[in-house]
Design a protein around this ligand. Sequence first.
Ligand code: KG4
Ligand code: ZN
Length: 340
Amino acid sequence: MSQKDIIILGIESSCDDTSAAVIKNEAILSNIIAGQEIHKIYGGVVPELASRAHQQNIIPVVDTAIKKAGISLQDIDAVAFTKGPGLLGSLVVGTSFAKSFALALNIPMLDVNHMHGHVLAHFIDDEGKAKPKFPFICLTVSGGHTQIVLVKDYLEMEVIGQTIDDAAGEAFDKAAKTLGFPYPGGPLIDKHAKLGNPDRFEFSKPQINGYDYSFSGLKTSILYFIQKQVRENPNFIEENLNDLCASIQKTIIEILFKKLILAAKDLKINQIAIAGGVSANSGLRSKLSEIGIQKKWDVYIPKFEFCTDNAAMIAITGKYMYKNDIFADQTVTAMARLKI
Ligand code: KG4
Ligand code: ZN
């Protein structure tokens, strides 16, 4: 007997990307993302401006996602939205939109944890690409989070290690700012790192117990090193940009892998995934493949479009909540802080 198809509209607005996606079971019919250029000039996301841009973008983004999916409103079984964690003013836009949408169409709502979304992006259908088997470990690295997550089932996850200060994405972005790059600088460090020597400069690495991370010491060590060099040679950054990027990237990746390897060994798990914006980093991706071969891990690396914030990951998470009858009602509110 064939099961009924489930069509879900997903909405993501936790930070500075307004996104809407339509999925049918595990297949994506559309995934529209509107970024916000406005933050570039400020060197970081300005919450009030992000919220305003979400308000402008949300209707055209949802409209485009539905049209591109080739479905009608009546086909949608439920609306999934990011409840948190994230910027409150941004989350409120997606949450309020989802509430009105659900009320107007008389369909259920699914309040998704953004971090579940990053992890479950691995279950989006992708031309026969293998999906992780439970239990697996997911290194979830974004602008706001750095977590080692033990994923026991679709909606059963435990954070076993996390940053005690800055996130890995912040380490990339702050180092990039020191080098004079606009926000977000992570992708620019990646681009220049490809042309540089990763062993040219050494930066300090944290000594933290267990599976936790710390990136604030690295940020300070990069800042002091660059300030000192620039005092001696004002052209130091330009003359060494590629090597600086490659060395910074290598240090961040080494810090990330030290704890990931430890966790995989202690838990005796060889299903290893990465997720979140920083998982788009080419150095991190190739290092995971390399270590995976060495350690006999099965590694899972998301497609680029599902690394950074997107609504497809919210829709697929919503699908698993739908199947488990985990619905929200009209009293639901956005939450800036929300545990996995
Ligand atoms: O998951 P995401 O889109 O948003 C959050 O939930 O935070 O992650 C954004 C972060 C930013 O810090 C950005 O610099 C970083 O991901 N990022 C990268 C790359 N692409 C995005 N960092 C390093 N290399 C990249 N290629
Ligand atoms: Zn994210």
